[in-house]
Write a protein that binds this ligand. Structure first.
Ligand SMILES: NC(=O)c1ccc[n+]([C@@H]2O[C@H](COP(=O)([O-])OP(=O)(O)OC[C@H]3O[C@@H](n4cnc5c(N)ncnc54)[C@H](OP(=O)(O)O)[C@@H]3O)[C@@H](O)[C@H]2O)c1
Length: 336
């Protein structure tokens, strides 16, 4: 038997409510220290976080075991998945009672929760990357600035960012053109397929390239006020940047490095152009905060009001200095 699963899996009956963090090296993440402080602040100090590390592209049965534990143990409340979002849906999608449309459209599960005895899978990146972009751009950015969007990386985050813009109702919140650059073709094709199945007036361009010099040329062709996003993981997961030090960011534009820790080469390249190009530079800290708080909200059935978000941000900020790189002189996490 391999449906609701309990006979084929080892289910541990937890003695305390448990929130799972499914990743690769979960113990190294700052959320391990932040989570207990947040639970205290939310009045739920009894909830603990448990990291579950899987090898990248782990065995199907290993992913199913993780999902079965959450599904079958009453005190296993749910959790956040990173790095295995596509693999978990592929390996264990049938174990979920409900897949939110976000999971269906993106082909990923980042959030596992339970409601009325049902196991639910969501993909939260379109929401949480979107919350970060909304804070960064403000209302009607493209109506005011007229820029375009260039995204390096057609993975989970790149796809989520595209969805966010496609779903924007007001014309002024949608760029006229989005250029997506990815080093290999399959992810680019998947993204193109997703976009073509949706109704959008945004003009998409897909470029398969990993030569930073060519990326500089692509970036040089953008209109003033454009938004350039590094969603490749270069500068954290692997060394480097999608562009060279000579690449020129769009004047009066915005550069967003979606990570907040690591070497962050792209972020430093952008910081160097703050005054000469009148560039605004952001990192991924806000994305991290929105990501975690929205997953916690779903699993614990809470609403994160702006007051609660501010309080949780303040708490996390105290643990931030060890996470962010020391800015070069004159730089800060969010700069114009
Ligand atoms: N701040 C936060 O809270 C937050 C939230 C989400 C993600 N992130 C971070 O954002 C990064 C991306 O996440 P993800 O989930 O989108 O990862 P992902 O699914 O692995 O996507 C990364 C994409 O970048 C592409 N790529 C790699 N090098 C490239 C290059 N030189 N030029 C163009 N494309 C390149 C990869 O191409 P291939 O298809 O060829 O592999 C892949 O499609 C990770 O480092 C992640 O940790 C941060």
């Amino acid at each position: 038997m391999d449906q609701s699963g309990s006979l084929d899996y080892q289910i541990i009956q937890k003695s305390v409510p448990t929130f799972y963090f499914v990743g690769v090296t979960t113990r190294q993440s700052s959320i391990i220290d932040i989570f207990p402080l947040w639970m205290e602040a939310l009045g739920r100090p009894e909830i603990i976080m448990e990291g579950v590390d899987h090898a990248l592209h782990d065995q199907r049965q290993a992913y199913r075991q993780t999902v079965a534990q959450i599904k079958n143990d009453p005190l296993s409340l749910g959790g956040l998945i990173t790095a295995h979002k596509i693999d978990i849906l592929e390996a264990a999608g049938d174990m979920f009672d409900v897949l939110h449309p976000s999971a269906e459209i993106t082909g990923e599960i980042s959030c596992v929760s339970k409601r009325n005895g049902m196991l639910i899978g969501h993909a939260k990146d379109p929401l949480t990357s979107g919350m970060s972009l909304d804070a960064m751009l403000g209302e009607g950015y493209f109506g005011r600035m007229g820029g375009e969007v260039l995204i390096f990386g057609a993975g989970g985050s790149g796809k989520a960012i595209c969805l966010h813009f496609i779903h924007k109702e007001d014309l002024g919140d949608r760029p006229k053109r989005i250029v997506v650059v990815n080093r290999s073709k399959p992810r680019l094709d998947q993204l193109q397929l997703m976009v073509e199945n949706l109704n959008t007036d945004i003009n998409f361009e897909y470029i398969c390239n990993e030569d930073p010099k060519h990326n500089d040329e692509i970036m040089a062709g953008l209109a003033e006020g454009s938004v350039v996003i590094n969603a490749t993981g270069l500068g954290k997961d692997r060394p480097g940047s999608p562009i060279t030090d000579k690449g020129l960011f769009p004047r009066k534009g915005i550069a967003w490095e979606i990570n907040y820790r690591g070497e962050l080469d792209f972020w430093y390249q952008a910081i160097a152009q703050v005054s000469p190009r009148n560039l605004t530079v952001e990192d991924g800290w806000l994305y991290f905060l929105h990501g975690w708080t929205q997953h916690i909200a779903e699993v614990l059935h809470l609403e994160i009001t702006s007051d609660i978000f501010s309080r949780l941000s303040e708490i996390a900020e105290e643990l931030r200095p060890s996470l962010v790189p020391q800015p070069r002189p004159g730089a800060s996490g969010s700069m114009k």
